[in-house]
Ligand binder design. Structure first.
Ligand SMILES: CC(C)(COP(=O)(O)OP(=O)(O)OC[C@H]1O[C@@H](n2cnc3c(N)ncnc32)[C@H](O)[C@@H]1OP(=O)(O)O)[C@@H](O)C(=O)NCCC(=O)NCCS
Length: 401
């Protein structure tokens, strides 16, 4: 076991470590099963999929009281892949809750990510309050849409569909990456996420199709079908659509399920451009939530992302971070030719704390909206520069972890 740190909160002492002893691994598995209402044995499958080395535990009095998983991935911002670690399965045993174990665990994880030189981290919050305390803020959307296939009314056979086995998910990777680069917030998936998308959870059959010719596909669909209390459901687990012909073929293929399927679900942006092809506004958002992001390293996060290519400007920032000292201070972000360079110093014309920097960085909200909600203060010049640099399409991702 590697003891990474011992931390003291107001009343308790916690130890933050990796896991090596079998009993401790089992104990964390047991805690996570209880925390997330999983069936017995499910945590073992989950831990094997990710690798035990990806888990961290928090101990109190030599006892594992909780833990989490760190999933190394990447995330696309402005057409560039920024290394990102996803945080999942944050759980504290119920008898140890309310004593600061979770916040100690998250803060130590952030410190470790900083030491590993990871610029950003993303998670899905069960409660925002906990993660805001550690510097996370809303970064983008996760959204599920639903439609009755009867109302699609598109028949377009412009491209063939090739059934493919989903067992080897590598067949989808290149197509996925081509789409991912174009969408702010899309992730470079960890293999465990690919596995989750392409392997059955229970008894269902997972079907995969390439859209277009086998040697030159223009997209793909991965789907399952199931009977629910509300009727029959086709779930598009994953999709990539690279051309207009592929988009029309996608809808025609879905519409051809209308004799048996009552509803179709897919994941997309809150403003889903695919629905522009439909004759009426019959597609509805069934579910939406926002994931949170933490800027772990201000300089790396700003320098590694991409920016709009036609802009040459400077933004003078002043950042405050209670947890990571090197993120504090004044920075000049100089943007030219789609890339950004950061130097320390400058006039500090746009002031914000590390949380406020998140929705600015991701473009979830405009600088003006962030000023209105008290997330930043800025001069007119700085607000204009920030608007040019950061305003883009609403960020989203198709994966939950
Ligand atoms: C959520 C969970 C991890 C919190 O653990 P904990 O050790 O009790 O949390 P802490 O004592 O460190 O709390 C830190 C802060 O978060 C807040 N917080 C903790 N749980 C909260 C909740 N459910 N709702 C709102 N705020 C919460 C605390 O009030 C505290 O803030 P404060 O100091 O401003 O009051 C724990 O309840 C748990 O394991 N739940 C089940 C699994 C789960 O939902 N995990 C989260 C997945 S994203």
């Amino acid at each position: 076991m590697i003891v990474l740190l011992t931390v003291e909160t107001m009343s308790r002492q916690f130890k933050y470590t990796t896991l090596t002893h079998t009993e401790d691994i089992q104990q964390l598995g047991h805690i996570l099963e209880q925390c997330f209402i999983m069936s017995a044995g499910d945590s073992e499958i989950y831990m094997q999929r990710l690798g035990v080395d990806k888990f961290r535990a928090i101990y109190q009095n030599q006892q594992v009281v909780g833990g989490l998983a760190m999933i190394p991935m990447g995330q696309w911002w402005g057409g560039q892949r920024v290394p990102m670690t996803g945080i999942a399965a944050v759980g504290i045993a119920p008898e140890y809750r309310g004593d600061g174990a979770a916040i100690a665990l998250i803060q130590q994880t952030i410190q470790e990510l900083y030491d590993q030189e990871v610029p950003i981290s993303v998670l899905y919050p069960a409660t925002q309050r906990l993660y805001r305390k550690a510097g996370y803020e809303q970064g983008g959307s996760y959204c599920t849409w639903e439609i009755s296939p009867d109302s699609i009314q598109l028949q377009d056979k412009s491209l063939p569909l090739q059934p493919v086995t989903t067992k080897n998910h590598a067949i989808f990777h290149d197509l996925y990456q081509q789409q991912a680069k174009l969408i702010d917030g899309y992730i470079d998936r960890h293999p465990a996420i690919w596995q989750g998308l392409t392997q059955p959870d229970h008894q269902e059959t997972v079907c995969g199709y390439l859209i277009g010719e086998q040697d030159q596909p223009q997209g793909y669909i991965i789907l399952t079908q199931e009977r629910t209390k509300e009727g029959t459901m086709l779930k598009v687990r994953d999709w990539t659509i690279l051309t207009n012909a592929a988009a029309r073929t996608f809808w025609s293929f879905i519409a051809n399920h209308r004799s048996q399927i009552d509803q179709v679900r897919w994941k997309s942006s809150v403003v889903d451009s695919l629905t522009l092809l439909l004759p009426e506004q019959t597609a509805k958002i069934k579910y939406q939530e926002r994931w949170m992001l933490r800027i772990i390293d201000v300089v790396k996060a700003l320098e590694m992302r991409g920016y709009p290519s036609g802009i040459t400007t400077e933004l003078h920032l002043e950042v405050k971070d209670d947890l990571l000292a090197t993120n504090n201070g004044k920075f000049i972000l100089s943007v030219a030719d789609g890339r950004g360079e950061v130097t320390t110093g400058g006039k500090g014309e746009l002031q914000l704390d590390i949380r406020g920097l998140v929705p600015l960085y991701t473009g979830l909200f405009t600088p003006h909206q962030l000023q209105l909600t008290g997330k930043l203060e800025a001069t007119k010049t700085a607000l204009l520069a920030a608007t040019q640099i950061f305003t883009g399409n609403s960020p989203w991702m198709a994966d939950f972890f």
